[in-house]
Design a protein around this ligand. Sequence first.
Ligand code: SF4
Length: 160
Amino acid sequence: MKQKNILISTCLLGNPVRYNGTGKRIQHPLITKWQSENRLIPVCPELAGGLSTPRAAAEIWQYDGNDVINGHARVINNEGKDVTDPFLLGAQKALAIAIEKHCAFAILTERSPSCGSHFIYDGSFTGNTVKGMGVTSALLEKNGIQVFNQHQLEEIDGLL
Ligand code: SF4
């Protein structure tokens, strides 16, 4: 049986790919263990979708990633530009990588408009969050890949 791999947000490995040119490294013994087992498959959906670092911050206005996928919501950056298309393309590319690399789970960065899995910013650029998923998390979950955030590593360990 093939090893179950784990898709992971590139920024969680410390790579400076976030909108503001920073990373968001998590240091945890399980990350070290999974790296040594070659289980971690890094992806940054926003870069995969054609955006670059640094980039304007973006948020989903009022709704969540499921609504973006269904065409009922848009992703807008803080300069007022509609960036829905690169977000959707990045989500599709992340899904394709997850399938190709046999990822059963994903660890994605909470609150991101791409990678959030429980909470996202509410679209007002005021730091407020609401319950909801980012665009990539929503697409992965729709396709049977369970998404966790960076604070749920032990839960995944129990499922491998
Ligand atoms: S899109 Fe995801 S992986 Fe890329 S910087 Fe944002 S949170 Fe990190």
